[in-house]
Design a binder for this molecule. Structure first.
Ligand code: ADP
Ligand code: MG
Length: 353
């Protein structure tokens, strides 16, 4: 055969590695904003404002009233794998925070321009911080602010030419996906006020949605989706196995409300919004047998010991592994059948056909 030279294997330049990996943690607008909202929740915020310029294409910022960031952490704040939340591998078993890998801020630095404004209760004045694309702190100045943190990202993906073009082209779709995800957090985060605004072009900022930070999922659903939608829901609370339960709401069989498939389906594991394609498929399938004209709404929160699930499956943490999945799905099927069986008299009184 042809004698081809074997090229030397060389390490990739560190900056390029960083950019490649960052693009896996931050896939799109919604995963970028999600990371910031989760950081605010982890910091104990009771009020979170998400503000977008041109649907997030120009910039977005998340403003919270959480703990703030101590000056001793400024220098390492946006360095890769620097976190205040996880110090030991076994900690993963007992996760109580959304974040744990210290990747979000460093990834956002690499993909756009990151600035932070923050103040803890121990400082008399806030600090404005600017980071470069490798996560190094490059500027620091005093500013005025209440206790809490504002993280701003300008020009997301400007560093990845192909994705940047796609991002601009699909911005309205990305925006739609983001709002839906923010709705999920606003529903599940009890006692946290959400305000989301957007300012398009020369227009002043307008409110996309807002909640009052009520203490119950039910009230959050009513504020986010309205009373009419809530009235079409049936509450569920099901013990799925010895240590796993699910509670939340699904459409009553006669009153589906989703306009599109998966339009209003939100799944959570221990209050963490996740994708659950198998559960979604199951709900849709069972619902279809009772009502083939509409799609079901589903807002379901699974509670199980953190050792029984693995959230560290994908960089965006949206995918999850259950240790007892087959059994859990089977029990869920049996219980939902009680709601969606056309012959079940108890539930068919709700039908409005
Ligand atoms: P992780 O959330 O996995 O720790 P991040 O890159 O998202 O990693 O954040 C790095 C660190 O910055 C966090 O561990 C936290 O200490 C701090 N931090 C980020 N955002 C905030 C915030 N809004 N309020 C307080 N601290 C924050
Ligand atoms: Mg985080």
């Amino acid at each position: 055969g042809l004698a081809v030279d074997s090229p030397a294997i060389k390490p990739i330049n560190k900056g390029i590695v960083h950019r490649i990996c960052a693009g896996q943690v931050i896939l799109d607008l919604s995963s970028a904003v999600k990371e910031l909202v989760e950081n605010s929740l982890d910091a104990g915020a009771t009020s979170i404002e998400i503000s977008l310029k041109d649907y997030g294409e120009e910039w977005f910022q998340v403003i919270d009233n959480g703990s703030g960031i101590s000056p001793t952490n400024f220098r390492v704040l946006a360095l890769k794998h620097h976190t205040s939340k996880l110090s030991d591998f076994p900690d993963l078993q007992s996760l109580t925070t959304y974040g744990f890998r210290g990747e979000a801020l460093s990834s956002l630095c690499s993909l756009g321009t990151l600035t932070v404004e923050t103040k803890t209760k121990n400082e008399s004045v806030a600090t404005h911080l600017t980071f470069d694309h490798s996560g190094l702190l490059v500027a620091e100045k005093k500013t005025a602010r209440q206790v809490g943190t504002t993280v701003m990202v300008k020009k997301l993906f400007s560093n990845l030419p192909v994705r940047s073009k796609e991002f601009s082209r699909n911005i309205r779709k990305e925006y739609g996906k983001l709002i839906s995800l923010l709705n999920a957090y606003a529903v599940i985060a009890r006692g946290v006020r959400f305000l989301c605004t957007n300012s398009a072009g020369k227009n002043a900022k307008s409110v996309v949605f807002k909640t009052q930070g009520s203490g119950s999922i039910k009230d959050n659903i009513i504020t986010v989706f309205g009373m009419n939608t809530f009235n079409c829901l049936e509450s569920v609370c099901i013990l799925l196995s010895d240590d796993c339960k699910v509670d939340g709401f699904v459409s009553k069989s006669g009153q589906g409300s989703g306009r599109n498939l998966g339009d209003r389906q939100f799944f959570f594991v221990n209050n963490r919004p996740v994708d659950m394609p198998k559960v979604s498929k199951l709900v849709n399938e069972l619902y279809k047998s009772a009502n083939s004209r509409q799609y079901p709404i589903a807002i379901l929160n699974f509670t199980l010991p953190s050792k029984a699930c693995d959230v560290n499956v994908t960089p965006d943490k949206r995918k999850i592994f259950f240790s007892d999945e087959t059994h859990i799905l089977q029990t869920l099927r049996e219980e939902l059948l009680k709601i969606y069986s056309p012959t079940n008299a108890c539930y068919s009184v709700n039908k409005v056909e």
